[in-house]
Design a protein around this ligand. Structure first.
Ligand code: ADP
Ligand code: MG
Length: 346
């Protein structure tokens, strides 16, 4: 038997003690972070750049289940999903603030784990934790993170910049995070029935990693600079390819055609989908949480991405009247629906 983990009650520290504890390990690394934790506000020098700001809130029982998500992974992922939004503007994240509401069900050690994950992400992506708020919750854990990034004004890419006939391109592969969640939920259900059964997660490494430890595509933004490629529109894939493609089309006042056969899906994702009797394309279209980038480029820029292992052309933008269409493998046309994964879970 493993020794039970130590449990220190949060009440022994008080609010200020807790703040001191969780922020002790924070070191600022960006010259633009003039003042971090410890004053009434953080102070940021925009250094002549334009700033972008985004906030995401995660609620226990709605967005995550501590039954199978380790706190350290949760902290890491909570930061990464915010950074993904900053990269989706073609900007570099520089600072985050973190607000948490926490109940006395959590120990100090649990909070340490959560912050260890968040700070690991901060270090990996070169981002400073510059402030936040700490309050109590009578029920579950709530985490709200705000990320602040910067870019030259002319480099910022919006959802609304796509032009008719632009190519629709996606980074990486899709559907993996959704299949990872299916595996975790299945094992949780098995465990509930018989706690003596060890979870069988073998052979699912890739999709579990996609679900539990997603990465934001910082490398893609760097590649764009290297290739001197400026997408005309961009969005990150948090809710599935279908809904994000429709966001770009609608905000650009255009239509879009997506080709089912072009959607990049990893072999592991395929295998898992077959195990669960799910259509892999449906998982990619509606699954979500892949945190890949979906962007549009002028056809004249196609040569810049041709042959790149990072990018796949999955369709193109059309006139508005043609609407948002999915072309199946037989050439049949179906109106795209953004059902999100609530619809998928039925
Ligand atoms: P105030 O009462 O002025 O809002 P607080 O006492 O709440 O200040 O916070 C003190 C400092 O600690 C501030 O710099 C704040 O940004 C930071 N801080 C508070 N809670 C957190 C947290 N959960 N994570 C990171 N920084 C925090
Ligand atoms: Mg406060």
């Amino acid at each position: 038997m493993a020794t039970p983990p130590q449990r220190t009650e949060l009440s022994t520290l008080g609010e200020f003690g807790l703040i001191d504890r969780i922020t002790a390990a924070v070191e600022l690394q960006n010259p633009s972070s003039l003042q971090g934790i410890g004053d009434d506000c953080a102070v940021i020098d925009p250094q002549g750049l334009t700033q972008v700001v985004t906030t995401d809130m995660l609620v226990e029982g709605v967005h995550f289940d501590l039954g199978y998500v380790p706190l350290k992974h949760l902290g890491y992922k909570a930061v990464v999903v915010n950074l993904s939004d900053v990269y989706a503007m073609n900007a570099e994240p520089r600072q985050i603030t973190v607000a948490i509401a926490i109940s006395n069900r959590f120990s100090l050690e649990a909070v340490d784990e959560l912050y260890a994950g968040m700070l690991t992400a901060c270090n990996a992506y070169g981002v400073d934790l510059v402030g936040g708020d700490t309050t109590s919750s009578t029920s579950g854990l709530v985490i709200s993170i705000t990320a602040i990034g910067a870019a030259k004004k002319e480099d910022i890419v919006y959802r609304h910049g796509a032009k008719e006939n632009d190519l629709l391109v996606v980074s990486g592969d899709l559907g993996g995070a959704f299949m990872g969640l299916q595996v975790l939920e299945r094992e949780k259900a098995v465990f509930k029935q018989d706690p003596n059964v060890q979870p069988d997660l073998s052979g699912f490494d890739y999709i579990l990693q996609r679900q539990l430890k997603p990465e934001a595509r910082r490398d893609v933004i760097a590649l764009f600079k290297e290739m001197q490629l400026r997408p005309t529109a961009m969005i990150d894939i948090s809710d599935g390819l279908a809904s994000e493609a429709m966001h770009i089309a609608r905000r650009s006042e255009l239509g879009v055609k997506l080709y089912d056969e072009k959607i990049p899906i990893a072999p592991e994702t395929h295998r898992a989908a077959r195990d669960f009797n799910l259509d892999p394309s449906t998982c990619a279209l509606n699954g979500g949480e892949d945190y890949e980038l979906l962007f549009t480029i002028a056809q004249a820029d196609y040569d810049k991405i041709k042959g790149s292992p990072h990018f796949t052309v999955v369709g193109h933008l059309t006139d508005k009247a043609s609407g948002c269409q999915l072309i199946d493998r037989q050439g049949g046309q179906h109106e795209l629906k953004a059902q999100g994964w609530d619809g998928l879970k039925g």
